[in-house]
Structure formats: C-alpha cells, structure tokens
Design a protein around this ligand. Structure first.
Ligand code: FES
Length: 109
C-alpha cells in the first residue's frame, strides 16, 4: 500500500492529482468515499484532475470524454468527428483499490 494524502486534503465533492511512486493518480472524494484512477486521459493524455467532477463523473478538460470515477469506466466517448480527427476514441481508466486508515488515504498500485 502506498500513502497518497490525508483525508482532509480532498474534501467531499472534489478531486486532486497526486504522483504516487511512478504513477499519476487522481483521487476523488464522492460523498465521503475515496476513489483512485489514473490521472491521464487514455484518449490523448489530458490531465483529468483539472477537469470537472460532478457526483461520480469526471470530464476530461481537453475533449470532454467522461468517466465514472468509482470504477474507471468510460461513460461518454469523444464524438465521431473527434475520433476521426484524432485517430480513435478513449477507453476505461485504470482504477486502484483505496484504503483509509487513521485519517490517511492509501492506494494499491
Ligand atoms: S484527451 Fe481526454 S478526451 Fe481527448
């Protein structure tokens, strides 16, 4: 298990980017529960922590594809035109198990 941050660093309804060992991680707090996924959009590398979090859905700041932060699933891909222009669509995010212990958030990489 790798330490990410303290519970108070990511308030409910927000998300933040962290570098844990070699990995870029997005940690989100959805109604007091923490979820971790890769912070890099599989489409063209957009940095997801500067996107938008609405409930459990993250929107990529670059082309707007959307992911469910609770399981990393792609819920809305980029448009057909963008797929054509950029050489393909997006895919699911890697999701990491999260453990909270003594006000500290850990993930398993
Ligand atoms: S880089 Fe994220 S949707 Fe294109």
């Amino acid at each position: 298990m790798e330490k990410v941050c303290n519970v108070s660093d990511v308030p409910a309804g927000s998300m933040k980017g962290f570098t844990v060992k070699y990995a870029y991680i997005l940690l989100a707090n959805v109604d007091g529960k923490f979820y971790a996924v890769t912070a890099v959009c599989p489409h063209m590398g957009g940095y997801l922590p500067i996107g938008k979090l609405e409930n459990n859905i993250i929107s990529c700041p670059v082309h707007g594809s959307q992911y469910d932060v609770t399981n990393g699933k792609l819920v809305k891909d980029v448009s057909f035109i963008l797929k054509t222009l950029t050489g393909g669509g997006s895919s699911d995010l890697t999701s990491y198990p999260v453990t909270v212990k003594d006000e500290t958030v850990f993930i398993e990489l």
